[in-house]
Write a protein that binds this ligand. Structure first.
Ligand code: GLA
Length: 348
């Protein structure tokens, strides 16, 4: 089924946007830091036409929902589309609504930014439908604003930027302080393996918000506006902070450096080095940022045991997925080995 079968008319526009996996730079985006995500070859798609209010069929849920523009949000999937219409109207764009048929290849709740993909795809459809003068960075910012202010999740800008301006086959090196980007080619002959722990993210939202406020407390004690202002040279001051603020700030500062080093390693084709940085990132997320769980640690260890040059948890943590870099020729053995050690693993 598609828009036409469902609504009886042809759609006016089609739009898509991908999910992402983050290679390096975790929990740095809301600290003004560096990140290195890459888009996935899995997208969310919309076929759409203009309408008054919202009328949407979501194939993945087998559900049709409608809502007037003045009706409140309801804590469901339609909020993501309603939030996009809402945010455009907040900015004064004359957007009356949307009729859409939506389907997604991005796995949901695996920490692969299915929500950013839906928001960016929806905004792309609305941009075309209403001929809005928006570039891709503006689309990412609007998607983030919809998620923070309408849906109510206090996320950073990484996921929306990866979905909106990332390019398949490249790491998107993003400075979240000024949104400057550079594409770093992913190594040929290697595969980026995304392995789902199949552990639903537990307490992810409260854990995420606690980490954010711990970073703010660390800033206040260190007398900086953002942890971005600090570098590894500041580690002695950081280490002197009370627990757990010392750990939180140490993760962010060392993680920023790992992204800088990682981009350089990619550009120099030094894949071993890149793999070591991924592992160091995981250790820091486990020991200092404390957002890993035993299942993610097991998966990372299994990945390294079975030939990955690097592996780490990806996304916010507390469950969700891991990412590993594996030589293409060793991928099958890798997959078999990881499944032996962790039978629940879900390979993308
Ligand atoms: C989630 C958020 C991102 C980022 C990551 C952690 O994916 O949506 O903005 O903060 O967690 O790196």
């Amino acid at each position: 089924m598609m828009f036409k079968d469902f609504f009886g008319t042809e759609p006016s526009v089609r739009a898509s946007a991908p999910g992402r996996v983050n290679l390096l730079g975790e929990h740095t985006d809301y600290n003004g830091g560096f990140v290195l995500p890459t888009p996935l070859p899995y997208q969310t798609h919309l076929e759409a036409a203009p309408a008054e209010g919202l009328e949407v069929y979501a194939e993945n849920f087998g559900e049709r929902k409608s809502r007037g523009l003045d009706e409140p949000k309801q804590g469901d999937w339609l909020d993501y589309l309603a939030g996009c219409v809402w945010v455009l109207r907040q900015h004064g764009y004359p957007v009356a609504g949307l009729r859409a048929y939506v389907w997604s290849e991005v796995p949901m709740s695996g920490g692969l930014s299915s929500s950013a993909a839906l928001e960016v795809a929806t905004l792309r459809a609305l941009r075309e439908l209403y001929q809005l003068p928006l570039d891709d960075v503006q689309i990412a910012l609007l998607a983030q604003q919809a998620e923070v202010e309408y849906v109510g999740v206090r996320c950073g800008i990484m996921d929306q930027m990866a979905s909106s301006v990332g390019r398949l086959g490249y790491g998107l090196f993003l400075d979240t302080q000024n949104l400057a980007t550079r594409l770093a080619p992913l190594p040929e002959g290697y595969r980026v393996a995304v392995v789902d722990s199949r552990v639903p993210r537990r307490l992810a939202e409260s854990g995420y918000n606690t980490r954010r406020s711990e970073c703010e407390q660390a800033c206040a004690l260190l007398g900086v506006r953002s942890l971005r202002e600090l570098s590894p040279a500041d580690l002695p001051r950081i280490n002197a902070l009370p627990e757990p603020l010392n750990r939180r700030a140490r993760h962010v500062v060392t993680e920023n450096q790992r992204v800088l080093d990682g981009v350089q390693a990619l550009e120099q084709g030094d894949i071993r080095r890149f793999g070591e940085l991924m592992v160091a990132s995981h250790v820091s997320l486990r020991e200092d940022y404390q957002v890993s769980i035993p299942e993610l640690d097991l998966l990372v260890e299994a990945a390294l045991r079975h030939g990955a040059v690097g592996a780490r948890l990806t996304g916010a943590g507390f469950g969700g997925s891991t990412v590993a870099l594996v030589e293409a020729s060793r991928y099958e053995d890798f997959q078999k080995g990881v499944l032996q050690d962790y039978p629940r693993a879900g390979f993308l």
